[in-house]
Design a protein around this ligand. Structure first.
Ligand SMILES: Cc1ncc(COP(=O)(O)O)c(C=O)c1O
Length: 506
């Protein structure tokens, strides 16, 4: 046998062994059964519908919740999951219930559970060291890191941005983006980037001018995370903020629009003008107070705060206000990014090639981080820094997710499914006017209001027992956050079940 052939055969055997081992790990069962399941996974990526065996949470989930309750607060736990058996749009729980997932781990699963393309990536021996050795990326990055960033994150960089900083989660991304805005603002004020002796000494005792009294303007109803800086800009629910000291930073009203947007253009334009005026007033007021606004942060669609939309014109005007007053403009795409609105970034709907100075992301992008304009680059090492600064294995997955999105035209699919979903919601709203109102959405990023909080929660539980997982947001909304592989077929499946649930509430 030729040496080359022998090597190839050994390589195939190695690959086979790695797949086998990975599937064994995944299934934690006998390896014979496992390799059969591996083939099945490749062919049957999605199930053909929900299948319910118990109410949710079932007995096994109750048992595990009790066990975990001895270790942690379990108040938020819905049920325990069997991720090995979950596929595509379906999440399977530990009691064997299989549910159509229209909430996807708080909107963070881009292409469904156990996607074959991602499993294949895990099985490639060339990737093993990336999974096994997590580097301190800020000081010791791997050889392929610049290439992998280019292939993944930079290939979807927002217009006007060629720089990206990876981070771990959404809050961590925003927290560091805020720091970048403050550093940029102070250097702009100084006219150079050399701190004075007084700056250096006062910053060590949390005093100005080293720790300057700068602020970030955010919006009522906004959500940007739960860490200390982010929390000062989060105004969705009191439970997130209670008992935590915060900053005296300006909070502007976010437009409260009427839906469907096309039917209320005049009223909505007036409401947006009111909010924009308030933004300018606040910027001026806070400058007079000696706490100038270094940056404005906003979500393209307020998500956690209740799926509140604003028009492209509102965002373009806000961007202009930021520019006029010398504030950085930070668009938080942690929840809207990654394709769920039918464009890769929600801000692409605004029709401008200069949408922001900073765009932060996480969730469907699998890694956290933020893109930024060149001038927002921190000027010295360690100013924007932590141990991991992201995780290269997530960039590997992201590159593959992007391949799948392109290969399977998933943004077009999202637009198609989104239309079917919103039309279905309009129909249900007409059918159940006492329960439903304000259906709204962009792509599959849709929501609807329920008459009151108690009915909303009861509908969420009833839908779950019928095999559909949904999430709430705001005071009384239901938000729809399916994966990008949620097709029209799944929309109709969902609408039928949702209709049954609503009929019970009539
Ligand atoms: C718009 C937005 N920003 C920031 C965050 C915080 O992200 P994380 O929970 O990963 O810290 C979230 C989380 O839901 C979010 O929706």
């Amino acid at each position: 046998m030729l040496k080359r052939e022998r090597e190839r055969e050994r390589e195939i055997e190695r690959e086979r062994h790695t797949t086998w081992t990975l599937m064994c790990l995944l299934k934690k069962e006998s390896c014979r059964y496992v390799s059969k399941a591996a083939t099945k996974t490749q062919v049957e990526f999605d199930y053909d519908g929900p299948s319910m065996k118990t109410t949710v949470p079932g007995p096994r989930s109750h048992e595990l919740t009790k066990q975990l309750g001895e270790i942690q607060n379990v108040g938020a736990i819905n049920f325990f999951c069997n991720y090995e058996e979950s596929r595509g749009n379906y999440l399977v729980d530990v009691d064997g219930n299989r549910m159509l997932d229209v909430y996807t781990q708080i909107s963070s699963i881009p292409i469904g559970y156990n996607h074959p393309a991602l499993l294949k990536l895990m099985a490639n021996p060339n990737n093993l060291s990336t999974f096994v050795n997590r580097p301190a990326l800020g000081i010791l990055p791997p050889e392929n890191f610049p290439d992998k960033l280019t292939e993944s994150l930079l290939s979807v960089a927002p217009s006007g941005m060629t720089r990206v900083q990876t981070m771990a989660c959404g809050s961590c991304s925003n927290e560091n983006a805020y720091k970048a805005m403050f550093i940029w603002y102070r250097n702009k004020e100084r006219g150079h980037n050399i701190p004075s002796d007084e700056d250096i000494s006062t910053c060590m005792i949390n005093q100005a001018p080293g720790c300057p009294d700068l602020s970030i303007l955010s919006f009522m109803g906004g959500f940007h995370g739960r860490t200390m800086g982010c929390l000062a800009t989060t105004h969705s629910k009191a439970i997130h903020k209670l008992d935590v000291p915060s900053f005296d930073w300006p909070i502007a009203p976010f437009p409260r629009l009427q839906y469907p947007l096309e039917e209320f253009t005049r009223e909505n334009a007036q409401e947006e003008a009111r909010c924009l005026e308030e933004v300018e007033d606040l910027i001026v007021k806070w400058r007079q107070k000696g706490k100038p606004v270094a940056g404005i942060v906003i979500e393209p669609i307020q998500a956690e705060g209740g799926d509140n939309h604003a028009s492209p014109n509102f965002f373009r005007s806000l961007r202009n206000i930021a520019r006029k007053h010398g504030c950085a403009f930070h668009v938080d795409e942690v929840q809207t990014g990654g394709g769920c609105t039918g464009k890769f970034w929600a801000h692409e709907h605004w029709g401008t090639d200069d949408p922001a100075d900073i765009v932060s992301f996480s969730k469907k992008l699998l890694t956290g981080g933020y893109y930024h304009k060149d001038e927002l680059q921190a000027d010295k090492a360690y100013r924007i820094f932590n141990t991991w600064m992201g995780d290269p294995s997530k960039n590997l997955f992201l590159a593959e997710v992007l391949n799948v999105i392109r290969r399977e035209n998933l943004l077009e699919e999202v637009t198609r499914s989104g239309k079917a979903l919103l039309n279905g919601l309009y129909e249900l709203q007409a059918q159940y006017p006492g329960i439903l109102s304000r259906a709204r959405g962009q792509g599959t990023f849709c929501a609807i209001d329920i008459c009151d909080d108690a009915t909303r929660n009861s509908i969420l539980l009833k839908a779950r027992d019928k095999g559909v997982l949904l999430g709430g947001c705001g005071d009384r909304s239901i938000r729809f956050r399916p994966a990008l592989v949620f097709k029209e077929y799944h929309v109709h499946l969902f609408l039928n079940i949702f209709n049954d649930v609503l009929a019970q509430h009539k």
